[in-house]
Write a protein that binds this ligand. Structure first.
Ligand code: NAP
Length: 264
């Protein structure tokens, strides 16, 4: 695959996952700016600070994957390379407006992306929005971000904020489910290795089944729930007010409120 020249800034958990995805897909030459990233195979090139970026390197796309608190410093150090680029920010709670301000008047198109942790194994969900891109630029960004999973474009930043407590935080909810199932397995008398095996296997198996199926999630649930059967008894508890449906609504509202607070 041939892509424009890329500058990846920050090669930690999220940047590293992206970079691995690009390597797997044979993406063309890129420069990685990171204080500790191990030397990548040619033709990729790693530098430890912006001063080391080769003078003749002209990035078309800059992917920013540093911690949100490092945004201003990183973009200030990149000012000589910012004009006529697309900056894709993976930073949580950093608005397009704040990214634009940190670009200090550069002719830069801004993209905001919200990935999630399964990106580390190429199975992430990345929400994306941008007020600046045309259709072909969006397609290019989709290709780049697809390296770590599915890409969901949304219309604007309010929609990206709405997506954050679902797909951004969602893996934590699923991990909590695995944790609770394991705890219950122990409580009802199963040995710890079995408890771990069945809890994790159940969550990953159900996830794989959803991925392999075109049925609605509710239909998959109904398919394993005989009327008045064992699963039905458990679901009566989980679906009764104020159990899971109400708790999930409250959790999503709280997470969204916190994201707004952090962005302001
Ligand atoms: N991890 C996730 O699941 C996740 C999910 C959604 C969004 N995100 C977003 O992704 C971004 C990155 O998160 P992460 O977990 O991947 O962080 P991380 O593992 O800490 O990676 C950031 C890397 O960038 C390096 N770095 C920072 N500023 C630099 C600079 N100016 N020059 C050179 N290297 C620099 C850091 O080095 P030092 O450690 O030496 O500073 C570190 O190696 C965050 O903004 C986060 O909001 C992450």
């Amino acid at each position: 695959m041939s892509l424009p020249s890329l500058l990846l800034v920050g090669c930690g958990k999220m940047g590293g996952a992206l970079w691995q995805g690009w390597l797997d897909r044979g993406v063309a030459s890129s420069v990685i700016l990171d204080r500790r990233c191990p030397a990548p195979p040619a033709p990729h090139h790693v530098v430890r600070s912006a001063e080391e970026i080769p003078q003749d390197f002209k990035p078309d796309i800059i992917i920013l994957a540093v911690k949100p608190a490092g945004m201003e410093t990183a973009l200030a150090s990149l000012r000589p390379w910012l004009d006529d680029t697309i900056v894709i920010s993976m930073l949580a709670a950093r608005t397009v407006e704040s990214l634009r301000a940190a670009c200090q008047g550069a002719r830069t198109k801004i993209v905001r992306a919200m990935p999630n942790t399964p990106a580390a194994i190429g199975q992430g969900v990345t929400g994306v929005c941008s007020p600046d891109l045309d259709a072909s630029e969006r397609e290019l960004c989709t290709t780049l971000l697809s390296a770590v999973g599915v890409v969901a474009w949304v219309d604007d930043e309010p929609q990206l904020e709405a997506l954050t407590p679902i797909s951004g935080c969602g893996p934590a909810y699923v991990f909590l489910l695995a944790e609770l199932l394991e705890k219950e397995a122990l409580r009802v008398g199963l040995p710890s290795d079995t408890a771990r095996l069945i809890a994790r296997g159940t969550v990953s198996g159900a996830g794989a089944l959803i991925a392999a199926s075109e049925e609605e999630s509710a239909v998959l649930r109904q398919n394993v729930t005989s009327p008045n059967g064992v699963t039905a008894k458990a679901l009566d508890v989980l679906m009764a007010p104020p159990a899971w449906p109400e708790a999930m609504t409250k959790a999503v509202d709280q997470a969204m409120a916190r994201a707004r607070e952090m962005a302001s």
